[in-house]
Design a binder for this molecule. Structure first.
Ligand SMILES: NC(=O)C1=CN([C@@H]2O[C@H](COP(=O)(O)OP(=O)(O)OC[C@H]3O[C@@H](n4cnc5c(N)ncnc54)[C@H](O)[C@@H]3O)[C@@H](O)[C@H]2O)C=CC1
Ligand SMILES: C[C@H](O)[C@@H]1OC(=O)[C@H](O)[C@@H]1O
Length: 254
């Protein structure tokens, strides 16, 4: 069953990892897709090609989500290509692991700007378009298990993920009257570019696996079902919710 037939889905940070899997997963469910991407033209092009091979339309729009101008441009290009925006997956993010006491100001600033400010601008721009269309819409933000628990080398990162989670709660209230649903997914540890170096440490990787009741770390594709579900009419009475997608890691104290 295709859950997003005829929908237009926009995904930030869509050329790699979770965003790419979500973009291609949405296309498999019948959506036309616009991806925002930061740097690699080749990866963005290959994502577009993969979506087109599924028989759906796709565009890639380059832009830094930390720049407030990027959000308006991304939404406008999506509307220009497909006529409307039904779903935004706000996913772009960075996690430059670093110790707390000597954390560079620039690293804190950049992480906040990309992960939290970027999500804010994108969610606001998509919501403005959805309100103008007058037929509701859906926003799914990629927060993290890190919205709920800390990380020694993530003191600049975990607050942004708590912020994204909180943004979805407040946006759900602000936008409910317009029929726009806002939810977040909270991935656990998913094997992507963002943590390739961190998990190159075999001992750390084995420890993270051992903490996961389902016995393995996640793959980007593990997020597709939860994101597509929240984006679809199957979740039509779900808003302001947060869905952990972590193989059980969060509940595993001892
Ligand atoms: N991999 C993991 O274990 C987890 C990841 N997440 C979140 O998932 C999201 C996606 O990350 P992953 O797929 O894991 O890693 P990834 O590195 O493959 O994906 C992040 C994407 O965001 C893009 N991006 C970074 N800065 C950007 C900017 N300024 N403007 C536009 N795009 C930008 C990157 O180019 C990349 O395509 C992030 O928000 C991350 O915080 C959340 C929980 C766990
Ligand atoms: C990048 C990390 O491996 C990953 O990011 C998150 O949000 C998770 O909590 C993991 O720490």
């Amino acid at each position: 069953m295709k859950l997003l037939e005829g929908k237009t889905v926009l995904v930030t940070g869509g050329s790699t990892g979770i965003g790419r899997a979500a973009a291609i997963g949405a296309a498999r469910h019948g959506a036309d897709v616009a991806i925002n991407y930061a740097s690699s033209d080749n990866k963005a092009r290959s994502c577009v090609a993969e979506i087109e091979a599924l028989g759906q339309r796709a565009i890639a729009v380059k832009g830094d989500v930390a720049d407030p101008a990027t959000s308006g441009e991304f939404i406008a290009r999506g509307v220009e290509a497909f006529g409307r925006v039904d779903v935004l997956v706000s996913n772009a993010g960075i996690c430059p692991f670093h110790a707390f006491l000597d954390m560079p100001v620039e690293t804190v600033d950049r992480t906040f700007r990309v992960n939290l400010h970027g999500a804010y601008y994108m969610v606001q721009a998509a919501a403005r378009q959805m309100v103008e269309q007058g037929e509701g819409g859906v926003i799914v933000a990629v927060s993290s298990i890190s919205a709920l628990v800390g990380g020694e080398f993530q003191t600049h990162y975990t607050p942004t993920k708590a912020g994204v989670h909180s943004l979805m709660q407040s946006a759900a209230i602000a936008l409910g009257k317009h029929g726009i649903r806002c939810n977040s997914v909270l991935p656990g540890t998913i094997l992507t570019e963002i943590n390739k170096d961190d998990l190159a440490d075999d001992a750390k990787r084995a420890y993270m696996e051992s903490r996961t009741p389902l016995g393995r770390l996640g793959q980007p594709e593990d997020l597709v079902g939860p994101i597509v579900f929240l984006a679809s009419d199957m979740a039509e009475y779900v808003t302001g919710a947060a869905l952990l997608v972590d193989g059980g890691m969060f509940v595993n104290l001892q």
